[in-house]
Design a protein around this ligand. Structure first.
Ligand code: AHR
Length: 498
C-alpha cells in the first residue's frame, strides 16, 4: 500500500519558533564536567571549554539551552556557583547523590552560551528555596548596577548584565522524587509569588510554570489546571516533560509513542484553554516542552552507582537506530503543534541522555539521535504546514491505528525551499510515498537524506562513531508537482526541494 501526503503552502500551522530546537545542560553526570567543560583537555580553550564538543553543538545551531537543571535545581544555591573559584563550596548534591564542586557555575555557563551562539533558559530553585532566592538571582543576572546583587556581579567581573530572558519556575514540582516536592496548590502559590517579584525586578523576562513530569503522572491534568488557576496571568509558558523507553523490546509500539506525545500536547493545550475560558482571559498560554527524549538504556547501571562521586557517568544512554527514529517522530510531533509549542529542549545535550558523547580526555562523537535533531534544526525553520496524510496503519498492544508514515513539511519562504521530514515506521518493508505539492508549482529535488540501518539496535561508539550516519542517496523523484519516494524500512528521511 502506498502512503499519500498533500502539502499546501496555504495550510499553515505556524511559523516555527526556532527555540523548539532547544536543549538542556544539567549539573548531572558528565554533562558539564567532562562534557562542555574539561580544563586540560587537548581541545579546551582558556576557559576550559572543550572545543570539539563546542563544534558539534554549533553545527546543531541550538537556539536556547536550559540550565542548571532538572532535578538538580531544586537543591541549587546559586550563590555557591559564582565568585572566585577558590572560595566555592563543595556540596552534597541530593538529586543525583554526587558531590558538586561548583567549579563551573552560572557566569561560566553564560560565557559558554555566548560562545555556543545560544540563549540561556535559566531555572530557579523552588524546592529548597523560594521567592527570595528567585528575585535575587534575577537581580544578579539582569539588573544593570547600583544594588547589592548587581554590584556583586560586576565585582565578579561581569560589568554588563546577562539579560537572561527566559526563566523556569522550578522543575518537575509534581514529582515525589523532587527535592521539596509540592502539591499543585502549594506549587501554584509559590510559583505565583516568585513570578511577581522576578518580574518586579525585571519586567522584560518571560516565565515558564511547571506542568506535569509526564502524561502518566496521577495528578495529570488536574495539576496543570490548579497551577494555571494561580499563575495564568503571570507566566507565558507551561512546561511539559516526556521520556520514552523500549524496555519490552516492542519496537513497533516504541515507534508509536509519538502519537501519545501528540495527545499529551493536545490535552495540555485543552487544559490551558479551559483555564483561559474560566478566567475570561484574552491571553493564550504557550507551551515549553522543555524535557523530551528517549531515556531507559542507562537505568540499570545508574541504580548501582556509588554515591558522592564527582561527575561520575550517569544517564549515559547509548542510543541505537530505532531511538533516532522515535526522536525524529517526536520532533515531528513538536512541529505539528508549533502553534502552541514555542520552546522545547532535547534533554539533554552532552553525555547525559544526549546526542553528543565524550570520553574524559578523549574523543567526542555523534550519537544516532544527533541526526534527526540536526536535520530539523537546520532545515525545519519556516512555516510548518498541516500534514494531510493517508497511510496504511498498524496496531500494537497499546496504541492502535498507527500510520506507517509520520511526516511534516516546512516551507522556508526566504530560501524558497520546501523540506519534507518523514519516518517510515514499518520495521520490515519499504513504504512507497507520494507527496502532492500542488501549490508550489514545479520543484526540483535538492537532496534526499536518509538515515537507515540494517540493525535497529546499531549504535555509534568512540571506536565506531559512524556506524549509524545519514547518506544522501535517497531516490525521491519529482514529476510535475508530485514527489515520489520509496522510504526504506525503519528510516528517517529529509527530502529537500526548491
Ligand atoms: O533530564 C534528566 C532528569 O529528568 C531531569 O533532571 C528531571 O527534570 C527529569 O526527571
Amino acid at each position: 500500500d502506498k502512503a499519500k501526503m498533500i502539502v499546501d503552502k496555504d495550510f499553515r500551522i505556524a511559523e516555527v519558533d526556532k527555540r523548539i530546537y532547544g536543549s538542556f545542560i544539567e549539573h548531572l553526570g558528565r554533562a558539564v564536567y567532562g562534557g562542555i567543560y574539561e580544563p586540560g583537555h587537548e581541545t579546551a580553550d582558556e576557559a576550559g571549554l572543550r572545543q570539539d564538543v563546542m563544534g558539534l553543538i554549533q553545527d546543531l545551531q541550538v537556539p536556547i539551552v536550559r540550565y542548571p537543571g532538572g532535578n538538580f535545581v531544586s537543591g541549587y544555591n546559586w550563590e555557591d556557583s559564582v565568585g572566585p573559584k577558590e572560595d566555592r563550596k563543595r556540596r552534597l548534591e541530593l538529586a543525583w547523590r554526587t558531590v558538586e564542586t561548583n567549579e563551573f557555575g552560572f557566569n561560566e555557563f553564560v560565557d559558554w552560551a555566548k560562545k555556543a551562539n545560544t540563549e540561556v533558559m535559566m531555572a530557579v530553585n523552588l524546592g529548597t528555596r523560594g521567592v527570595d532566592a528567585a528575585r535575587n538571582i534575577v537581580e544578579y543576572s539582569n539588573h544593570p548596577s547600583g544594588s547589592y546583587y548587581s554590584d556583586l556581579r560586576i565585582k565578579h567581573g561581569y560589568k554588563d548584565p546577562h539579560n537572561v530572558k527566559t526563566w523556569c519556575l522550578g522543575n518537575e514540582m509534581d514529582g515525589p522524587w523532587q527535592i521539596g516536592h509540592k502539591t499543585a496548590e502549594e506549587y501554584g502559590r509559590v510559583a505565583l509569588e516568585a513570578a511577581k517579584v522576578m518580574k518586579w525586578v525585571d519586567p522584560t523576562i518571560e516565565l515558564v510554570a511547571c506542568g506535569s513530569s509526564s502524561i502518566h503522572m496521577k495528578t495529570f491534568p488536574e495539576w496543570e489546571a490548579t497551577v494555571l488557576d494561580h499563575t495564568y496571568d503571570h507566566v507565558e509558558y507551561l512546561s511539559l516533560h516526556q521520556y520514552y523507553g523500549n524496555r519490552d523490546q516492542d519496537s513497533a509500539l516504541f515507534l508509536a509513542r509519538s502519537l501519545e506525545m501528540d495527545q499529551f500536547i493536545e490535552t495540555v493545550t485543552a487544559t490551558c484553554d479551559y483555564i483561559k475560558a474560566k478566567k475570561r482571559s484574552k491571553k493564550k498560554m504557550l507551551l515549553s516542552f522543555d524535557e523530551w527524549n528517549v531515556w531507559f538504556h542507562s537505568n540499570e547501571n545508574d541504580s548501582k552507582m556509588e554515591p558522592w562521586q564527582i561527575a561520575p557517568p550517569q544517564l549515559e544512554d547509548v542510543y541505537n537506530h530505532e531511538d533516532a527514529l522515535l526522536v525524529g517522530c517526536m520532533l515531528i510531533s513538536l512541529l505539528k503543534h508549533s502553534d502552541r509549542v514555542r520552546m522545547a529542549c532535547l534533554a539533554q545535550l552532552v553525555n547525559v541522555i544526549a546526542p553528543i558523547m565524550t570520553e574524559n580526555g578523549g574523543a567526542a562523537w555523534k550519537q544516532t539521535i544527533y541526526y534527526p535533531y540536526l536535520h530539523t534544526s537546520i532545515y525545519g525553520r519556516g512555516q510548518a504546514l498541516v500534514p494531510l496524510i493517508q497511510s496504511p496503519k498498524y496496531d500494537t498492544k497499546e496504541i492502535t491505528d498507527v500510520p506507517y508514515l509520520e511526516a511534516l513539511a516546512i516551507h522556508n519562504e526566504e530560501a524558497e525551499e520546501v523540506t519534507v521530514f518523514a519516518v517510515n515506521r514499518h520495521l520490515d518493508e519499504s513504504l512507497p510515498v507520494e507527496v502532492d505539492l500542488r501549490s508550489f508549482g514545479n520543484c526540483q529535488i535538492i537532496e534526499h537524506i536518509v538515515l537507515e540501518s540494517d540493525d535497529l539496535k546499531a549504535v555509534n561508539t568512540a571506536a565506531q562513531p559512524d556506524r549509524v550516519a545519514p547518506h544522501k542517496n535517497g531516490k525521491a523523484v519529482v514529476d510535475g508537482t508530485t514527489v515520489s519516494a520509496q522510504l526504506g524500512k525503519a528510516s528517517w528521511n529529509v527530502i529537500r526541494l526548491k
